[in-house]
Design a protein around this ligand. Sequence first.
Ligand code: C2O
Ligand code: CU
Ligand code: CU
Length: 428
Amino acid sequence: MNNIQPQAKPIRHFDLTAQQKNISIAGQDATILTYNGSFPGPLLEVKEGEVVTVDFINQLSEPSNLHLHGIFMSPEDDKPHRIVQPGESLSYTFEAQPGSAGMYWYHPHAHGKVTRQLFEGLSGPIIVRGAVDELEPIASATEKVLVLHDITLQNGTVAPHAGMDWGKGKEGELVLVNGVHQPEISAPSGLLRLRVVNASTARYYNLNIPGKRLQVIGMDGSFLEAPVAMETLLLTPGERADILLETTQAQELQLLNLPYTRTPAGPSIDTPAAGMVLAKFNITSEPKTIALPTKLIEIPELDLTSATDHKTIIFGATMQPLQFTINGKTFDHHRTDLTAKAGTLEIWDIVNPMAMDHPFHLHTFPFQVLSINGESTPYRAWKDVVNVPANCTVRIAIPFTKYTGSVMYHCHILEHEDLGMMGNLEVV
Ligand code: C2O
Ligand code: CU
Ligand code: CU
């Protein structure tokens, strides 16, 4: 008999306390919602292979809970159905899986209360690091996490939603990056790595940096296979992007949000044609040779002929009262809407017959986007949110690996989610 002890996995522990706090935003004092008194909440940084426990403590005056958006974890541990009453706490545990290096985020998921709790300030970023992060040139890039979150302040607090806001999705008057209006961020020349989270309830960001190409190396919770150069990158609520910028000399750069039309009302009224400035980068000169990485990870091409089911998800809405639906039904957490078999591959068509866009999100299981209106996507990526433009159909492929249990899928315009645009999938 040998006496080899199984090696204990490294453990990482965080506390997140949801609490009201009076803070100063863009020169105004206001009481908003925070995690640990900070807005946005603190960055949770972990490594692949670590067992992570997050203790959530609810010091709000109403029910809440925590959802670790995009993390590949057992639905039983994700438990977005579980409600944490005021004064109570709940802990969430997951193992950061090998290959899961990427950008994630956390926010409340108590149905009916998600929109307001998020709009009032509750969200924060998560980074899982892995081997690719340690390879050059990525390892020596200057990294900045940018949490995009809009808010409207009024009389020292957060402005309420008006009736109309629930239909379109409320866009806050103050567009903030890490809680600051138009921050100036300094970085040395070389490779600048921007890790952007759209933590807004409804606002889309059409990202652009004049004079630069966005070298996108990751989306949501995964790297891409190789950098993809883009002029603009649309980031819907819930989506994340990992972007490299090459700079060789001292210069000023602006991160812009260009107009984008997501509803029949046209682009956001506060977005000028030339774009809204989100942040400024002050690049200081530090001559070094830079090169982009060429190969990041391997993303398998899925064998679609092995798909065992083909499902259709159709978005809709009803008026008076205003409700949003999936396949004609509003959300009921006691109802199972769809079932899938663990270990199988499925193809889903997300059909949006409406005149406005909806970002579709599935918990737990990352998917690949195959096509939009029949046109195939130019590169492979693992995603957990995908925009479904007005009058379009997006086809995705989902491998149901490793876990069973009940997972949610919903529109990530949170007003729509709270008003019913969500369903339950049982993986058996
Ligand atoms: Cu980011 Cu079910 O949500
Ligand atoms: Cu989620
Ligand atoms: Cu929606």
